[in-house]
Write a protein that binds this ligand. Structure first.
Ligand SMILES: CC(C)=CCC/C(C)=C/CC/C(C)=C/CC/C(C)=C/COP(=O)(O)O
Length: 291
């Protein structure tokens, strides 16, 4: 015969936690409802979304008035199907697994590369240089610089190029804001939000607006300015360094920047396709001439 369980003094336990929940005991409460409800009430209201769901009036307990597992005989109705969000996907698609793995690698790599995320980070002393790169790819200097050059330009060819650069920058702001607002991916947890002049959607990180702008502007410059080879190499390098600095600063995950480069590159193709000129939008250039 098994000996009774004893406490620290060696005295037998009158009612242990395990025996108190045996069927028929007060804690079990006929069908287990008492124990189930005491479990629920031991949590702070709203502390756990799972609890919240169990407490809800449409939970199996409330609906049928008894704990669904204990004492459920064949006469009792089968448990109601779980809501969609509670079902476990036992057969995730290959695409789902691939995406989740990519996301995990992305988060891990981005955290590892975020070496300038704070002053106390391993490369924290490089932070001022990274912030300088941040300003070099910010929307405000590019917009103001383009407007200034447009106002000073005295050739038609120059104006046409600058008008299209302005259109490209505005299109970029619009598309990035739209995608950020739709995707709503939070910036990495290690990011310090100390960027200068941001829009409300800039609390989101996908895609990186700096990466789109760097790719767009560098492709624009390479196609419309006659530059010596070393300068062309510098322009491409600048774009890549701006993108990489976003991850080092902890502002973005790697996929935000990678997609940003892709988007910026594609945006240039759109701008090139819709190229504004006195031939297709004469009104724009006539208005400008009248000023
Ligand atoms: C001057 C003209 C013609 C129009 C102004 C349009 C406008 C709303 C400009 C806002 C520029 C601005 C504040 C851009 C935000 C740039 C930024 C902080 C992007 C975030 O980059 P990310 O790489 O961190 O995603």
């Amino acid at each position: 015969m098994p000996s009774p369980r004893r406490n620290a003094d060696g005295r037998p336990l009158a009612a242990s936690a395990s025996s108190s929940s045996s069927p028929g005991s007060p804690a079990h409460g006929g069908g287990g409802r008492f124990e189930f409800q005491s479990l629920l009430s031991s949590r702070a209201p709203g502390a756990d979304p799972t609890c919240a769901r169990l407490r809800a009036s449409d939970s199996p307990v409330h609906r049928r008035g008894s704990f669904p597992l204990a004492g459920a005989g064949p006469s009792q109705a089968a448990p109601a199907p779980l809501p969609e969000e509670d079902r476990m996907d036992l057969n995730p698609s290959f695409l789902g697994i691939a995406l989740r793995s990519l996301l995990a690698i992305d988060l891990w790599l981005s955290k590892k590369l975020g070496v300038c995320a704070g002053e106390s980070s391993s490369w924290g002393s490089m932070r001022p240089l990274m912030k300088l790169l941040e300003i070099s790819g910010h929307g405000i200097p590019w917009l103001l610089g383009t407007l200034y050059c447009l106002a000073r330009s005295d050739s038609w060819a120059g104006r046409e190029v600058l008008m299209n650069l302005l259109f490209a920058l505005l299109l970029d702001l619009l598309l990035v804001a739209l995608i950020k607002g739709l995707v709503r991916r939070r910036r990495p947890a290690h990011n310090q939000m100390d960027m200068f002049v941001t829009l409300s959607v800039d609390k989101y990180s996908f895609p990186s607006g700096h990466a789109t702008r760097a790719a767009l502007v560098s492709r624009f410059i390479l196609n419309h300015l006659v530059l010596a080879i070393p300068l062309r190499v510098l322009v491409v390098l600048w774009a890549f360094i701006v993108g990489f600095s976003r991850v080092m600063l902890g502002r973005h995950n790697v996929t935000d920047v990678a997609f940003g480069f892709f988007l910026g590159y594609t945006q240039y193709s759109i701008v090139d396709y819709c190229w504004l000129s006195p031939h297709n939008v004469p009104v724009l250039f006539v208005l400008w001439n009248q000023q």
